[in-house]
Write a protein that binds this ligand. Structure first.
Ligand code: SAM
Ligand code: CA
Length: 244
């Protein structure tokens, strides 16, 4: 297991390599413009523990972390859920935004990655807000659907996991989020692949998940139970506000 020092070391390297990676992190026309946003408005205000957690291509981008953090404060979120934790960057952005008695039900099939980031989250003094469950999210959601106590109980739900299950998640999450609450589906522009021609040279996993992302976007666009707003932040995030 990597130590904090190793994570920090990797961060320094990644910081240097970031100029090459921003093309994957942002759908803005120019990487220079994206870098300008990061260096002007994001990095100078990024909390130190979040800097330490920022790691690689899987991690939510810093500007999206900043966006989530502000969004959660704007809606006064208290009871939240996250599907897809990895090493906990978006989780920390959430935990830092919630009040002291706020809660995050956090799910991931991989506990090891979560534990890599956990010391940083603990040091930030927000680990007590997190209830981490290791394993696939779907069965946990099914259990919560059976128990009506959880219906309409979440202020905010962030989904950043297996894209081929997003529609399965949506079927359940729509009952678990409160009316007026938000679900955020991440990566809904899928590295720009949603508009790629059929013969475009896509990486294998990008090609595999593309159709699921397209299907999700179509379904959300016509779902009368929600209002939506698809933002080109990070790799695209679709906010869904439950209205009925
Ligand atoms: N939100 C994270 C961050 O800010 O660093 C990044 C999440 S990463 C893109 C996707 C995560 O989803 C991985 O850690 C993976 O283990 C997890 N995942 C994949 N399938 C899952 C499932 N069925 N249930 C829960 N988590 C899953
Ligand atoms: Ca993501």
């Amino acid at each position: 297991m990597a130590t904090n020092a190793e994570i920090n070391g990797q961060n320094k390297e990644n910081q240097a390599g970031r100029h090459q990676e921003v093309g994957h992190k942002s759908l803005l026309q120019s990487d220079a413009l994206y870098q300008y946003i990061l260096e002007t408005s994001v990095y100078p205000r990024e909390p130190e523990p979040m800097k330490q957690l920022r790691q690689n291509i899987m991690t939510t981008s810093a500007d999206e972390g900043q966006f989530l953090n502000m969004l959660l404060k704007l809606i006064n979120a208290k009871n939240t859920m996250e599907i897809g934790v990895y090493t906990g960057y978006s989780l920390l952005a959430t935990a830092l935004a919630l009040p002291h008695d706020g809660k995050i039900l956090a799910m991931d099939i991989n506990r090891e990655n979560y534990e890599l980031g956990l010391p940083i989250i603990q040091k930030a003094g927000v680990a007590h807000k997190i209830d981490f469950r290791e394993g696939p999210a779907l069965p946990v959601l099914d259990q919560m659907i059976e128990d009506t106590e959880y219906h309409g109980s979440f202020d905010f739900i962030f989904v950043d996991a297996d894209k081929d299950n997003y529609l399965n998640y949506h079927k359940r999450l729509i009952d678990l989020v409160k009316v007026g609450g938000l679900i955020g589906y991440d990566n809904t522009l899928w590295n720009g692949a949603v508009v790629a021609p059929p013969d475009a040279p896509l990486r294998k996993y990008v090609r595999y998940y593309k159709d699921f992302v397209l299907e999700l976007n179509k379904a959300l666009a016509v779902d009368p139970r929600i209002e939506i707003c698809q933002l080109p932040v990070g790799d695209g995030i679709t906010l869904c506000r439950r209205i009925s």
